[in-house]
Design a protein around this ligand. Structure first.
Ligand code: SF4
Length: 613
């Protein structure tokens, strides 16, 4: 079969079979592929789909964030090189990464800043105008698959806009890798759809479990936004706008003072803004627009809190009474945030999939596939569940029978027992370990019981993911962990569902043990209550709770477990520190389900290890 012949590696267990099933199924049905980390999903799917290019189809590979777009293209390069495949593809990035003009400003522009800059300057932009005069695409197409930095380099050397060059090249692409937004969000899809025919494209949705929480129409303003909006208004004569912002601010302060720290409540936008305020909101929007223009002319980031304020309330008024939209006020320390929260996934997404010839959804945490398909509104699909690919001798997995984070607060004794068990465990294994906690709240309880000092006292380096960590600082912590972990046993402490427990890569011996502290169920809050009510209304009481509460928590745990296994040869030890994991074994990776032993916390000193060092 052509698809099997295209595969550029020596096939490992189950890879041939999966390539064949995807290749055949795609003619009639969509595909949901659940495969463990380390299986090699990307090359397997590419091998199955690339033959369809000869029939006139294209492959649109979508990933959660722009940062992940290069991976399928790197893989495509291997196909092109090893199989001498004439194929052109590239990864698409947004203006923030691809605007040459923004780099001349030297400021750290975010997405909306660069969008604004481009909307104001495009007509005069020398890079844009040079591209419009035309270029010869074939020398670029002949280069084969290109990651985003290569597209950027080519554009820079030609003196044309890298962002718009991508759309120019789209016409010639067999494979294109981009973020979900371009295929699931109607506000962005037109930029792709006007060039690529969706009915003649096969869409791949990578790490598709993320679709449940896309929150497409969500937005947030805080007391900080209001204070900055008032500051901006000092230069304008607009008493009606100022009064409106002050009125919202007063109400926010009243709500904040009634809430305890980290408590939330539902709010009605009409208590803040009425339909009669629309005129004032539009005026605020215009002033915000003026502020952005002036800032841009001064070479600054074109931001305006007043602009954000007016957009937030105009959207809120638009979304009133829409099923699946909730309005939540949340207190954090002395701040209050107002959130428009979009819980809809099946309703919004079900309309997207029929636009494409077929779709392939893949993830290491797609199970139960029936629940996943129902949540994203998918019908006519074939399920592929790849069995366990890890050998028993390489994996040790233990569920601790007498530990749990169950309940609203972690009792002092239980926190102490966790710390004691973790220290006994680390002393026994002495390898790089991640301690993934059910939440920051649980993490802090363990810290208050001396977790970090105790770990250091037995000779480990400690790294921690703290709340509200900025992207750059998080990357720095992760890089330092990876450097240190090569020389000295190190421990990473982070919450499940956070940056380090999902998406971060720890190849080889960088991570050989994982200790899960509890199950990351959402803490009972108004937000969670509304989410469950919405799901129960959609799917019925039992299923609603299962889909909206249990499955998402266990998915986070599975993602965390997956950090230690990047290839079938990896060896690792897992400790699932909560007796409730036994009940949910069917929702855990197959190697945990098949190889787990249930033990008492004290017995951790006697566990077997998959290595003899
Ligand atoms: S046309 Fe391109 S280089 Fe010019 S401002 Fe827009 S994104 Fe930037």
């Amino acid at each position: 079969m052509r698809a099997l012949r295209l595969f550029p590696y020596r096939p490992r267990r189950y890879q041939d079979e999966v390539i064949e099933v995807i290749f055949k199924s795609i003619r009639t049905r969509n595909v949901c592929l659940h495969a463990p980390t380390g299986f090699g999903k990307t090359p397997v799917i590419l091998a199955a789909l690339l033959p369809y290019i000869d029939d006139g189809y294209r492959i649109i590979w979508s990933v959660r964030t722009g940062n992940e777009t290069d991976r399928p293209i790197e893989e495509l390069k291997v196909f092109a090189e090893k199989k001498r495949l004439k194929v052109f593809g590239f990864s698409i990035r947004g203006k923030r990464d691809m605007c040459l003009l923004a780099r001349e400003y030297g400021e750290n522009f975010d997405y909306s800043d660069v969008s604004y800059l481009c909307s104001r300057m495009r007509k005069k932009c020398p890079y844009y105008n040079k591209l419009r005069r035309g270029i010869d695409p074939y020398p670029i197409v002949d280069m084969g698959p290109l990651v985003y930095s290569e597209v950027f380099e080519v554009a820079s050397s030609l003196g044309v806009c890298p962002y718009f060059l991508q759309f120019y090249l789209l016409e010639y692409a067999d494979v294109v890798s981009l973020s979900y937004n371009y295929v699931v969000d109607e506000r962005f899809e037109w930029s792709i759809r006007r060039i690529i025919s969706f009915p003649l494209s096969i869409l791949v949705v990578d790490e598709a479990h993320n679709l449940q929480r896309l929150e497409l129409g969500s937005d947030t303003i805080t007391l900080g936004t209001l204070a900055r909006a008032l500051k901006e208004l000092e230069d304008y004569k607009a008493d009606d706008v100022k009064e409106l912002v002050e009125r919202v601010q007063d109400l926010c302060i009243k709500i904040r003072d009634k809430l305890k720290k980290e408590e939330d409540t539902e709010f009605n936008p009409l208590d803040f803004i009425s339909q009669e305020d629309i005129f004032t909101l539009k005026k605020a929007q215009q002033i915000g627009e003026d502020i952005r223009r002036k800032r841009l002319n001064e070479g600054k980031q074109p931001r305006s809190s007043l602009y954000h304020f007016s957009n937030f309330w105009l959207s809120a008024l638009d979304l009133l009474d829409v099923k699946g939209i909730a309005f939540i006020a949340e207190r954090e320390n002395e701040n209050l945030s107002l959130n428009i929260w979009d819980m809809r996934s099946s309703e919004v997404l079900s309309k997207r999939w029929p636009l494409f010839y077929r779709c392939v959804f893949c993830s290491g945490t797609l199970k139960p596939i029936k629940a996943f398909a129902e949540i994203i509104g998918l019908s006519n699909y074939v399920s592929i569940g790849v069995p366990n690919i890890f050998r028993r001798e390489n994996i040790r997995s233990y569920i601790i029978r007498d530990l749990t984070t169950r309940g609203e607060i972690l009792e002092e004794n239980m926190a102490r027992d966790y710390v004691k068990t973790i220290i006994l465990f680390l002393n026994k294994i002495r390898v790089n370990t991640a301690i993934f906690t059910a939440s920051y709240r649980i993490q802090n309880s363990l810290k208050e019981r001396g977790l970090i000092d105790n770990i250091r006292s037995i000779g480990f380096e400690v790294f921690e993911e703290r709340r509200n960590l900025r992207g750059q600082e998080a990357r720095r912590i992760l890089d330092t962990f990876k450097k240190k972990a090569v020389r000295k046993p190190s421990v990473l402490i982070a919450p499940m569902g956070g940056r380090f427990a999902e998406g971060a890569d720890f190849p080889g011996k960088l991570l050989e043990a994982i200790f899960l502290v509890g199950i990351p169920f959402e803490k009972p809050s108004v937000k969670v209550k509304l989410y469950l009510e919405y799901y129960e209304e959609l799917y019925g009481k039992d299923k609603g709770r299962f889909y909206g509460y249990i499955v998402p928590a266990l998915r986070k745990a599975c993602q965390a477990i997956g950090r230690a296994l990047r290839s079938p040869e990896d060896k690792a030890v897992f400790v699932l520190g909560d007796y409730r994991y036994e009940k949910y074994k069917d929702l855990l990776p197959s190697f945990v389900k098949e190889y787990s032993n249930v033990i008492l916390a004290d017995e951790i000193v006697n566990i077997e290890l998959p290595w003899s060092r």
